[in-house]
Design a protein around this ligand. Sequence first.
Ligand SMILES: NC(=O)c1ccc[n+]([C@@H]2O[C@H](COP(=O)([O-])OP(=O)(O)OC[C@H]3O[C@@H](n4cnc5c(N)ncnc54)[C@H](O)[C@@H]3O)[C@@H](O)[C@H]2O)c1
Length: 175
Amino acid sequence: MAGSTARPFGWALIGCGNVGRSHSRWAVESPDIDVCAFCDINEEAASRYYEQHEGRYYTTDPARVFADPEIEIVTIATTHATHAELAIAAFEAGKHVYLEKPMAMSTADCLRIYEAMQVANRKLMINFSIRFSGATRAIKSRLQPAKVSNAQCMLSPADLTRWQWDPVLGGGPAL
Ligand SMILES: NC(=O)c1ccc[n+]([C@@H]2O[C@H](COP(=O)([O-])OP(=O)(O)OC[C@H]3O[C@@H](n4cnc5c(N)ncnc54)[C@H](O)[C@@H]3O)[C@@H](O)[C@H]2O)c1
């Protein structure tokens, strides 16, 4: 990616919800990013993010973002079940994609995203934020390679009416 002397990258956020807030803060503070658009199917959310973080416009239509030649990078922070179609559409429009985890709802959809990325010759990064945090990397550098590992599933207290618990929309959170 460019250094601060290069032209900033045109950027848009699709999904102006909880995690979209930290993406927006990061984008506004980065000299390498030109904040262009905020998109959400919920117009109130898109307009609120636009007012809070500026940018050029807000929209409820991801297609407007994909058709915008000024936008080079799209962050997708929507509900899990929408990741595959939005990411593939972004690649088909020639955008780089910063995609929230989980990448998609199935291995087949992950592979479709990967193939679209290859065809478009663009970059994809999944936001495994904890894996890349300074604290995690510092801990990992002090650990011996694991010989035995335990996989555990931890469910935290949550609002069970949220989409994350729906098997179709979110599949159920696993930490
Ligand atoms: N990397 C991390 O540490 C981390 C942390 C929290 C959440 N997440 C991920 O971020 C994503 C969003 O989570 P959240 O908690 O912000 O959810 P949220 O419900 O607060 O926000 C999702 C937003 O996406 C919008 N949306 C849904 N479908 C859309 C579409 N087709 N086009 C445009 N907008 C659409 C919704 O209206 C909503 O505003 C999830 O995939 C979640 O797993 C990642």
